[in-house]
Write a protein that binds this ligand. Structure first.
Ligand SMILES: Nc1nc2c(ncn2[C@@H]2O[C@@H]3COP(=O)(O)O[C@H]3[C@H]2O)c(=O)[nH]1
Ligand SMILES: [Zn+2]
Length: 459
């Protein structure tokens, strides 16, 4: 290698090393801003298998480096909160945080888990999540983090045994392994290999669970290595139940069986505990809207991106398309209003009967989210009505029905200076940035707390 090139390479290596060292600073505070590196969503990274391998290797190296770093008490406290912001942390850091959950729940010491085996297992789990918009490693992390937060909030260590706590956290981490980004309906309608293998019965969830046990079969990743036969059986039964419970086709069945035991719930009853574990999995899996808006909104974008990718493919392949996934029929607000009203709140409120602590921690935030999306929907409809009436007026004008009214340069749109806010009630105001935005159908919603750019659906 010529000297000048060698010199340049060593400078680049040096700079890379410095950058990685700066990354350590994030352990000192909680406000690391990675937004500059996020100009493109992570699933847009087009990667060849070789590039992926290199990327994984780098994640592994950074993760291993971080295992030597102490996680501050402040971060450990934050990790227990429902408001935890995953967007501030990158993948190696999230691996460290998952590791910390096992440590802080005393699972390592009580179940005699080799910490190096835990590292290998976590990395292998990470590698088995795909770069899809929603069902990726970050989602696995968030579900595990919610489960971890709930564990402390409702004091599970005093109600469940160590193996059950281990089963819950491990199920949360493994529950979407190798998700392809297309749901069960697609698998079944497209007659994919997974649907054939599992005879159309929860093909994805069966697959996630099978991959989880495949990973544990590797000796260097086997965190259950020291379990007795009885412990492993109990863990395996629990994992299978918890992961299969995340199939939304089972939603009503599980919720109803939980409702029926609430009046006489007994923490000494194995079956009661098992149903509770399934319900906690479900709560954690669909809990994004219990998070602050700044955390939840990007997740909704990810979810809708995955939905729309699927429905686009279904249209191309001539397969049935679910209306809630169809970009022609769904908006953020319509999607969330239905989901929160008919799925989230009935589930969360039922669990809240057994654990009143959930009221302020996750039920109230979900009610706030419902109010927010309801206002968003109202604003969209109002905007659409205005657009429709403007279009009608213009049409009438073209036909000579409204002489001079709109082309006099004093139409409603032109009268209002750019950025003027029109009141839409106390919680929310609708601002038009400028007339070109209006034409594109884009509005900005300003609430007392948040500001959100909206794309209205084409009319
Ligand atoms: N509309 C909507 N659906 C959600 C939300 N969170 C989870 N879901 C759905 O709930 C499902 C849970 O199981 P999946 O992960 O298969 O797919 C998930 C989504 O279809 C949300 O915030 N909004
Ligand atoms: Zn999930």
């Amino acid at each position: 290698m010529p000297d000048s090139l060698h010199d340049l390479k060593s400078k680049v290596d040096n700079f890379k090393e410095k950058l990685e060292n700066v990354a350590h600073l994030s352990w000192l505070g909680l406000s690391k801003d990675l937004s500059s590196g996020m100009s493109q969503p992570f699933w847009h990274k087009k990667s060849s298998p070789r590039k992926m391998e290199t990327h994984h290797k780098r994640v592994y190296e950074r993760f291993m480096k971080f295992t030597k770093v102490h996680v501050s008490d402040e971060v450990r406290r934050e990790l227990r909160k429902q408001s935890f912001d995953n967007w501030q942390w990158d993948d190696p850091e999230m691996l460290i945080l998952l590791r910390q959950m096992y440590i802080d729940l005393n699972l390592i010491s009580k179940l005699n888990i080799d910490i190096n085996v835990l590292h290998e297992w976590l990395y292998e789990v990470y590698r088995n999540y795909n770069l899809v918009p929603f069902h990726n490693f970050k989602h696995c992390f968030m579900v595990a983090q919610m489960m971890y937060g709930l564990t402390w909030l409702i004091d599970l260590p005093s109600k469940l045994d160590t193996l059950e706590i281990f089963t819950l956290l491990t199920s949360a981490i493994c529950h979407d392994l190798d998700h392809p980004g297309y749901n069960n309906a697609y698998q079944i309608n497209a007659k994919t290999e997974l649907a054939l293998r599992y005879n159309d019965i929860s093909p994805l969830e069966n697959h996630h669970c099978a991959v989880a046990f495949d990973i544990l079969k590797k000796e260097k990743c086997n965190i259950t290595r020291d379990f007795s036969r009885e412990q492993f059986k109990r863990f395996r039964d629990g994992m299978i139940r918890c992961i299969l419970a995340t199939d939304m086709a089972k939603h009503n069945e599980i919720l109803n069986s939980f409702k029926s035991i609430i009046p006489h719930f007994d923490f000494n009853d194995k079956e009661h505990k098992s149903v509770l574990m399934m319900v906690l999995m479900k709560v954690s899996d669909i809990s994004n809207e219990a998070r602050p808006l700044s955390v939840a909104m990007p997740w909704l974008d990810c979810l809708l991106t995955e939905f729309f990718n699927q429905s686009d493919l279904e249209k191309l392949e001539g397969l049935p398309v679910a209306p809630f996934m169809d970009r022609e029929k769904v908006s953020k607000s319509s999607s969330q209003i239905g989901f929160i009203k008919f799925v989230l709140l009935p589930l969360f409120e039922t669990v809240g009967k057994l654990f009143p602590q959930l009221e302020s921690a996750i039920i109230e935030p979900v009610r706030d989210a419902l109010a927010y999306y309801t206002e968003m929907q109202r604003a969209l409809e109002e905007e659409k009505a205005k657009k429709d009436s403007l279009a009608e007026s213009l049409e009438g004008d073209k036909n000579g029905l409204l002489p001079g009214k709109l082309n006099s340069g004093s139409g409603t749109e032109d009268k209002e200076p750019t950025g003027k806010t029109q009141s839409l009630g106390h919680a929310l105001a609708l601002t038009r940035n400028n007339s070109s935005n209006l034409r594109r159908g884009s509005v900005t919603l300003l609430t007392s707390k948040h500001s959100v750019e909206l794309e209205t659906s084409p009319s």
